[in-house]
Design a protein around this ligand. Structure first.
Ligand code: OOB
Length: 546
């Protein structure tokens, strides 16, 4: 491991075991792309609107961009925050960074100054790649703000803009990276990345304080994608449509973009998640598999009923990121004439999938079972001891693609991982005799708003900077549309601010829009538990439907 790590990602005996089992192939992503391009150079790898790339094209594009990045001064081990929407350039850049041994830090399109600044700081990124504008938001202004911010942007040296850098002369135009830079050697021996190296950093949903980074290696992440692809039966005829943000672990590697490419299939990127856009792409590109979050499902079913779309090619529809209601699950398959696959995963590693040939009932009522025979799952009670079979408890896990610690966060790791390396997921699950897990709740201080995770303490900290707010508790309550919505219970010196006012306030503070409370409730005092913590269960109970 060449990156400074304060926690080994895997102890040596386990790493050797995963290698011996064939899970870890010892190939880097840069090498994988070379292999795929050699195997089927003329097959279509990537489609974005009218633009198409074969595997040979993608391989060449990755080299060209890698040279441009190297020319800019990027080196092996450098971290690069990537905030790009669903565009082919995300994939090209990602492989270019892999070729250099540089490390993409996946950011979401909805992230704003607070999140991007945080990712830049905790990763120590030297570069950030953004679109000029996306979804009516100017990302260049955001980066300018970060660069001039008092808290500093650390070693950040480059802002690379897909599109027009505008008046920001010190920003680099993405297209200029492709210019025929001096042919710098890419494979030079010493500097070559190793499969055990850090390949990318994902961000956690955050449960205590601010989100952490999850270090993923070439070995483990490639296995993640390949194992998921095998279970989904992907092959060179598969066509995957990236509907959810491409930077999301689900879309990118479960099996998503990477799993499809590893199988020799075609990845199509959808510029937005609407069924209108997606159905057109499914018809045109003969898409065979895609993935959604639960809030999108009713829209897709409605559109399916309304429009005589030819969705014949679509055989597998994955749904995950948040709990899919059993009754919706039952209607989905027949409505769109697809096989539903439930996906329960986490950026920290563990992925559970229902199998395509599982009995209907299991597919509709469980969140799947782990993808690797070497995934270890413990379900424990509050005392940390395994519960009796079938009873709910907290899910702990370790395995060949679940690193044993967050990136440079030794203190946090002592809490988030057991001494023997199990990740404490904070999810409450029960295990069925088949090994499938049913997600029944959560003990982490997080709200899952239709798949978008909101760390309550992070938002509360921002709320407390409001001049009128003296105490704040952000709580999730059941919601028809989102599965869960966020409610801010506030103790204020005066009338509580309204939702709109609070949304504007948080926006000014640079927080992503989805983190603004959906509802505000003014209270006179916070109810406390016997140990003096805010009683969030009680607060939620005052609103939740019975
Ligand atoms: C995925 O990853 P993250 O890191 O955004 O969120 C992980 C958390 C889980 O710990 C769990 O609390 C929740 O999201 N979750 C689900 C779920 N899938 C994820 N809760 C209930 N039912 C499900 N099906 O969300 C993610 C990563 C890879 C694949 C799919 C989802």
């Amino acid at each position: 491991m060449t990156q400074p790590q304060t926690h080994p990602l895997w102890p040596r005996p386990d790493a050797e075991r995963y290698r011996r089992a064939g899970h870890w192939s010892g190939r880097t992503f840069g090498a994988h792309l070379r292999d795929w391009a050699a195997r089927h150079p003329r097959r279509t790898a990537l489609v974005d609107g009218e633009r198409r790339w074969t595997y040979a094209d993608l391989d060449a594009e990755a080299d060209r961009l890698a040279r441009g990045l190297r020319h800019l001064g990027l080196r092996k081990g450098d971290r690069v925050v990537v905030q790009l929407p669903n565009r082919a350039e995300f994939v090209q850049l990602w492989f270019a960074l892999q070729r250099l041994g540089a490390v993409p830090v996946h950011a979401m399109p909805g992230h704003r100054r607070a999140e991007i600044g945080h990712l830049i700081r905790i990763s120590g990124a030297v570069a950030c790649v953004i679109p000029d504008r996306h979804a009516r938001f100017d990302h260049r202004g955001l980066l300018r703000h970060i660069l001039t911010d008092q808290t500093g942007s650390g070693p950040l040296r480059h802002v690379i803009v897909l599109g027009d850098p505008g008046a920001h002369r010190d920003f680099t135009r993405f297209e200029d990276l492709r210019a025929d830079a001096a042919p710098l050697p890419l494979e030079s021996g010493q500097e070559d990345p190793d499969a055990a190296d850090l390949a990318l950093l994902l961000h956690s949903g955050g449960t205590t304080g601010l989100p952490k980074l999850i270090p993923r290696t070439h070995d483990d992440y490639a296995y993640n994608a390949r194992a998921a692809a095998e279970i989904c039966g992907l092959d060179e005829h598969s066509v995957y449509l990236a509907v959810l943000p491409i930077a999301f672990n689900f879309t990118f590697a479960c099996p998503g973009v990477l799993g499809t490419l590893a199988a020799g299939g075609t990845v199509v990127v959808s510029p937005d998640p609407s069924p209108q856009t997606a159905f057109t792409l499914i018809e045109r590109e003969r898409v065979s598999i895609t993935s959604l979050s639960p809030p999108l499902v009713p829209h897709w079913m409605d559109e399916g009923a309304r429009r005589a779309a030819d969705l014949d090619s679509l055989t597998v529809l994955q749904v995950g990121g948040a709990r899919l209601a059993d009754d919706v699950a039952r209607r989905l398959g027949p409505a769109l004439e697809v096989t539903l696959q439930q996906v329960f995963g986490m950026a920290e590693g563990l992925i559970c999938l229902t199998r395509l040939d599982d009995p209907e009932d299991l597919i509709c009522t469980s969140q799947g079972r782990p993808i690797s025979p070497d995934d270890e799952v413990l379900i424990v009670g509050p005392d940390g001891r395994p519960v009796a079979d079938g009873l709910p408890g907290e899910l702990l896990t370790r395995g060949p693609y679940t690193p044993r610690g967050y990136y440079r966060a030794p203190e946090h790791n002592r809490v988030a991982f057991t001494p023997d390396g199990f990740y404490r997921s904070g999810d409450l699950v029960r295990r069925l005799p088949s090994g499938h897990l049913v997600v029944v709740g959560r003990i982490k201080d997080q709200i899952n708003r239709g798949g978008e995770k909101i760390a309550a303490p992070e938002v509360e900290e921002h709320l407390l900077t409001h001049p009128l707010i003296t105490q704040a508790a952000l709580v999730g309550v059941p919601d028809e549309t989102w599965g869960e919505r966020s409610v801010a219970f506030l103790v204020c010196a005066g009338p509580a601010p309204g939702t709109r006012e609070l949304a504007l306030f948080l926006q000014e503070r640079g927080l992503a829009r989805y983190k603004a409370p959906d509802q505000v409730v003014g209270i006179t005092a916070m109810p406390l538990t016997p140990v003096g913590k805010i009683d969030k269960k009680l607060l939620a109970g005052t609103l939740a439907p019975t």
